[in-house]
Design a protein around this ligand. Structure first.
Ligand code: SF4
Ligand code: FES
Length: 552
């Protein structure tokens, strides 16, 4: 691999990389605003400038570039020597910072970006200690640029990342640079709104607090948020996300970079589609039909009675010589599917295993930048099917329609039905098919017509509240981690299945562990890929705060 020297140290780089890319790859910090790996290079912010020497191809002697060079634009070459910490480069960084702050309102105490703002960080690392500017600052307007986005023009540093995003990634061109010089502003074209399906990404792209998410505005100071790596749990895209939460409440979802899946972006559907997690209609406590509601202060007793009620219904099913049907939702993880199917087969080795309805909305849509929105609105149809097929031992796994028609055959007396969809999913035909059964056990997250008629209702956990794995539309199996605890007395479907199994075999229920489940799945079902091909999130190091604790 070719090598260059940055700030006195030799580093390898990949041919075609710029100096900045080579530096960032090697963990060398070089300040940058306008550069973003997912966008074209414009080199307009000028903070990344460095002193550069390169060997003259004829003489082989090192020769200095006559001026400071934008490292984000200059290709790295063999033997190059770069300084971003020389007096000349540092003087430029200070000047750029001073220039950017001339008209900046420095309203960090009321800015959502404070704590994750490049302007704030670089001001501390590369800026001057105090301002020499005594004149009145330019005042620019606050603009409502789209259904989810505000633009506080005062804070903008004109890096044009947002404009390039709408040109290069979405191809929708809603944003532009209006005016020149000190009056230059970002704006939307007249009559347009920043409302494309990926619009929310401009908020993440903006290195300062100029573009703001209306949904997150003034909700939390970012340093209170904990970030848990997760996977899109509402569509089949498998987009890598970070769930940001505090005190058991989710505040926002951001993209997690994965060049093999979603690159740097997520859709607004995924960004804002998690609200049902804290819905008023969440089921929070088990319930048994015809019995008074359980005392909210005695959840252990409620779960014991509810699992006992399921167990006695399953005993009655065995005595009736009829069969059990299990409908596993494509919203559930592979691990949930595995434990539920294992339980169903323990109750009735002839049980019918079926996969729940897989919602579709329109067709897949690919943007000019290559990002694809999936029409399939369930995260794990492939994973659930794969697990059920492996456990069914060669018998076909029914789809939702097949499940309904099989129930009409009169062979079945009981069904376990799982939902976990973000909105109402129950069809009249499914309801009708279930109404003919003696026992319906509903494991779901939101109240609906099935939970209203079920013999026993058990509250499940949404994906943010549990760990597991999903297989996306490209058959990529990815693990996600639990971000917050399940709401009130809800449990993951895998844990519910283990509880029911405990009641069946008369032993205390095992605790659900995703890693153990995956290795068990590999052994029992021969699904080696369940543990071998799993893509787990990389854990980044915890960054220590550089703020000093002051004893008062
Ligand atoms: S609004 Fe943000 S992303 Fe857009 S040009 Fe200004 S600083 Fe850059
Ligand atoms: S990052 Fe190089 S000029 Fe902006």
């Amino acid at each position: 691999m070719p090598e260059l020297t940055i700030n006195g140290k030799k580093h390898a780089f990949k041919p075609g990389q710029t100096i900045l890319q080579a530096a960032l790859d090697q963990g060398v910090e070089v300040p940058h605003y306008c550069y973003h790996p997912g966008l074209s290079v414009v080199a307009n912010c000028r903070i990344c400038l460095g002193e550069v020497w390169a060997p003259n191809p004829r003489t082989g002697k090192l020769e200095a570039f006559p001026k400071l060079v934008p490292t984000c634009q200059q290709a790295a070459s063999e033997g190059m020597v770069v300084y971003t910490d020389s007096p000349k480069a540092v003087a430029n960084q200070k000047s750029v910072m001073e220039f950017l702050l001339i008209n900046h309102p420095v309203d960090c105490p009321v800015c959502d970006q404070a704590g994750e703002c490049h302007l704030q960080d670089y001001s501390y690392q590369y800026g001057r200690g105090q301002s020499r500017f005594t004149e009145a600052k330019n005042k620019q307007p606050k603009k409502d640029v789209g259904p989810n986005i505000l633009l506080y023009s005062d804070r903008c540093i004109m890096c044009t990342r947002c404009v390039r995003f709408t040109r290069e990634v979405t191809g929708t061109n809603e944003l532009m640079v209006d005016g020149r010089g000190a009056t230059e502003q970002i704006d939307i074209f007249p009559g347009m709104a920043l409302n494309n399906e990926l619009a929310g990404n401009v908020v993440d792209l903006c290195p300062v607090g100029a573009l703001l998410d209306k949904d997150f505005l003034f909700q939390q100071r970012v340093w209170f948020l904990k970030k848990t790596p997760s996977i899109d749990g509402i569509t089949a895209s498998g987009d890598n996300i970070s769930v940001e939460h505090n005190d058991g409440r989710v505040y926002r979802i951001k993209p997690r970079v994965n060049e093999a899946v979603n690159k740097w972006w997520i859709t607004d559907e995924v960004r804002y589609g998690w609200k049902f997690v804290h819905s008023e209609s969440r089921i929070t406590m088990p319930a048994i039909k015809g019995k008074p509601a359980f005392d909210a202060l005695k959840p252990m007793e409620a779960w014991r009675e509810a699992t006992a009620a399921v167990e006695s219904a399953m005993k009655a099913l065995t005595a009736s010589k009829k069969n059990l049907a299990l409908l596993v939702s494509p919203m559930l993880s592979c691990e949930d599917a595995y434990h539920l199917a294992r339980y169903a087969l323990k109750v009735d080795p002839e049980a019918m295993l079926a996969i729940g309805p897989v919602p579709f909305l329109g067709e897949d849509k690919t943007f000019p930048g290559g990002f694809t929105i999936r029409a399939e609105k369930a995260p794990n149809a492939r994973g659930v099917r794969r697990v059920l097929e492996a456990l069914a031992g060669g018998k076909p796994v029914a789809n939702a329609q097949g499940f309904e028609s099989a129930l009409a055959s009169g062979k079945f007396a009981a069904a376990i039905v799982t939902g976990n969809y973000p909105s109402d999913w129950v069809t009249p035909s499914l309801l009708k098919a279930l109404s003919g059964l003696t026992t319906v056990v509903a494991i779901d997250t939101l109240a609906n017509a099935i939970t209203a008629m079920a013999s026993v209702v058990l509250p499940g956990a949404v994906w943010i509240e549990k760990s597991g794995s999903f297989e996306n539309a490209n058959s990529r199996l990815q693990a996600f981690e639990k971000a917050i605890d399940p709401i009130e007395h809800a449990k993951s479907e895998a844990q519910i299945a283990l509880d029911l199994l405990g009641a069946r075999i008369g032993k205390p229920a095992a605790d659900y562990c995703p890693a153990t489940t995956r290795s068990e799945m590999s052994k029992v079902t021969g699904l080696d890929s369940m543990s071998n091909a799993l893509h787990a999130p990389e854990h980044s190091e915890t960054v220590e705060s550089d703020m000093q604790m002051v004893e008062l």
